[in-house]
Structures are given as C-alpha cells and as structure tokens.
Ligand binder design. Structure first.
Ligand code: TMP
Ligand code: ASP
Length: 238
C-alpha cells in the first residue's frame, strides 16, 4: 500500500490518501490535546501505544460482529482503514458520571448511570463541541434519521462489548466517544478507540487511567495507557 498525500491533520492523527481509492492510512502522532485543542503536548511513545491499542480494540469489536473501518496495522504508528464519509457527530455513552455531565448537570463524579446515558456532540473545535440533539442533526442535515438510529444502536453495542472486556481486566469503562461514517451506504465505526477518547478507572481504587491524567495534569499519561494495554494483553514491544 503506497502512502500518497496528507489529506487532513487532526489534533492527534493525520489522514493520508493511498494508491487505493477506497483506503486511507491513519498516522497516530505523539501529539496529545485537550480542551478542544487549547492544551497540546507531545508525549513520547503515545502515537505507537494508541495505534496498537486501537487495532486491538477494533479487532475485538469486529469479532463481536461490529463493523469498523480498521483493515490492518502497517507500522508502529500507521493503520490502514476503509475510506469513510464521516458524519460530523460524536456519540458519547456514559456508564458512570464524570467530566462534562458533572459540570452541566451538577451531579457528583462516580455515580453509576443506570441505564447508561447517551449524548450527541457536534464535532467543531471552534464552538467547543457543543451538545446537540436529533432535531439539530435532522434540521441541519448532519446525518439522516436512519443513520442516527444506527449510530445509537452501534454505540450501545460497542459499550456492552467493551464494558465487559475492560471489567474482565479489572477496569471500569466510565464513558467513551465514538465517531461513525458511511461505507457503501452502511454506518460503520470510524476514528479510533483509545484512552484518549474514553474514561477508564481501576475497578478497586478508581484510579484514572485515561486522558483525564493529561487534562488534570496528573502525570504518567502514556504509562497509564500502557498499563491498560498490558492488562488487556496488548504487546507494545520493547
Ligand atoms: P465529556 O465528559 O468531556 O463530555 O467527554 C465524555 C467522553 O467522551 C470522555 O471519555 C472524553 C470523550 N470525548 C472525546 O474524546 N472528545 C470530545 O471531543 C468529547 C466531547 C468527548
Ligand atoms: N478531544 C478534545 C481535544 O483534544 C477534547 C478533550 O479530549 O478534552 O481537545
């Protein structure tokens, strides 16, 4: 697979075209960003760790029957994916209260959410990724109603599979964010699943093992991501 030109550079990944019109290459960089890009740092090994972490999770999801854009790992920092037509929407599911829901609704951190809640956010850094609902998506044409339903259904399926996977390795999947796109008319999972886009706590101590370590300046960010990976059985190499 030949890497051609950089099509897009996001906050932590870059997307390249390839010699196949239906495939892109994702490059996971060491950049780490939070607060809609207001805090950015380079963290050694993070691109490699997230690339391998994402591959592991996407393969687990595929095995559970959830279609993703993942095709194959190409190198430490690169992954081959299907070319999707992305929807500018972030799907967030929450099993335990943390982050913005605590600020917005005044609830304390750490409450079990039964059933889990679901929220849509508009993917727009300049606006600070505002929360939106299905009426906004419909009115402004960000996605079709049937695709919105499918995104919700798939997000809950991913949540069930991954909540169990992390729990088996003594971690709590607090919340996570997914992005979807269209491939041959089907809604399939795109973007990534890494500790950058979810919250993971140790089951017993509730120690934060995800990007909140970066957001809150707790240190040991990549070390925590590797710890999560090790618990899951991911081999990051030397
Ligand atoms: P929040 O508590 O800030 O709304 O985030 C909920 C979860 O979604 C959390 O695990 C972080 C993730 N997330 C992203 O990765 N990127 C985003 O732009 C947003 C809004 C959330
Ligand atoms: N992913 C977003 C950013 O990089 C939001 C966050 O994770 O805080 O700014």
């Amino acid at each position: 697979m030949e890497k051609r030109k950089e099509l897009f550079s996001g906050k932590a990944k870059s997307v390249y075209t390839t010699d196949d019109d239906n495939r892109y290459i994702l490059l996971f960089r060491d950049d780490t960003s939070a607060f809609d890009g207001k805090k950015i740092e380079q963290l050694d090994r993070k691109g490699m760790v997230n690339n391998k972490f994402n591959a592991f999770i996407m393969e687990k999801l595929e095995k559970a029957g959830i279609e993703t854009h993942f095709e194959q790992l190409l190198s430490d920092n690169e992954t081959l994916v299907k070319k999707l037509e992305m929807m500018p929407i972030e799907c967030v599911v929450r099993n335990i209260s943390a982050g913005s829901i605590c600020r917005r609704l005044g609830v304390e951190e750490g409450l079990e959410m039964t059933p889990p809640t679901f929220e849509f956010f508009l993917k727009n850094d300049e606006l600070g990724d505002p929360m939106i609902n299905e009426y906004h998506i419909n009115t402004f044409g960000w996605a079709e109603a049937a695709h919105v339903e499918r995104m919700k259904e798939l997000t809950f399926q991913v949540n069930s599979v991954l909540k169990e996977l992390f729990f088996q390795s003594d971690m709590l999947l607090v919340d996570h964010k997914l992005e979807f796109g269209l491939y041959e008319g089907r809604v399939i999972l795109g973007d990534e699943f890494t500790p950058d886009g979810c919250r993971l706590w140790d089951k017993e101590t509730r120690k934060k093992l995800d990007k909140d370590r970066f957001r809150q300046g707790l240190g040991g960010v990549v070390e925590s991501y590797e710890e999560v990976g090790r618990r899951l059985g991911i081999d990051f190499g030397a």
